[in-house]
Design a protein around this ligand. Structure first.
Ligand code: ADP
Length: 139
């Protein structure tokens, strides 16, 4: 099944100059980069993106972290793109993520974990539409 998924290279990824290395993990796995933009995440957009975490005690920290510097927002396309990107990322907590996964190799902890990737087809469709118009997607 060919899918599209949204990936955000988070501030820690950008600060560690790992954008190229992380993107390469996805393209080496056979996914195609079909959209890309660098943005400074605005508070309103970020609240929408993480609204399911609004009640968590760590929510203010996520907001602060995600606005530390501009991020790269990407769309990848390919066979089972959603499961493939999530598998390459590894679990949320970088300290528990196996070596060989992006978070296991480059992440710090539960919060600073290098990248976001959509977790279902429904979420991917919503997230892609949140950041891109159809004419900005080249596939
Ligand atoms: P994932 O990014 O793996 O899909 P979630 O959707 O559960 O994970 O959480 C979104 C983001 O919120 C995480 O990637 C991480 O940056 C942050 N986060 C999640 N859980 C925690 C936590 N317990 N403490 C601090 N930050 C967290």
């Amino acid at each position: 099944m060919i899918e599209r998924t949204l990936v955000i290279l988070k501030p820690d990824c950008m600060q560690k100059s790992l954008a190229g290395a992380v993107m390469e993990r996805f393209t080496q796995a056979g996914l195609s980069l079909v959209a890309c933009k660098m943005i400074r995440l605005q508070e309103s957009l970020l609240r929408e993106h993480y609204d399911f975490l609004m009640d968590k005690p760590f929510f203010p920290n996520i907001m602060k972290y995600m606005m530390e510097c501009p991020v790269l927002v990407l769309v990848f396309s390919g066979e089972n793109a959603i499961a493939v990107t999530r598998g390459l990322l590894g679990p949320t907590d970088s300290s528990l993520a196996p070596k060989g996964t992006i978070r296991g190799d480059f992440g710090q902890d539960k919060s600073r974990n290098i990248a976001h990737a959509s977790d279902s087809r429904e979420t991917a469709a919503k997230e892609i539409a949140r950041f891109f118009t159809e004419s900005e997607i080249f596939a």
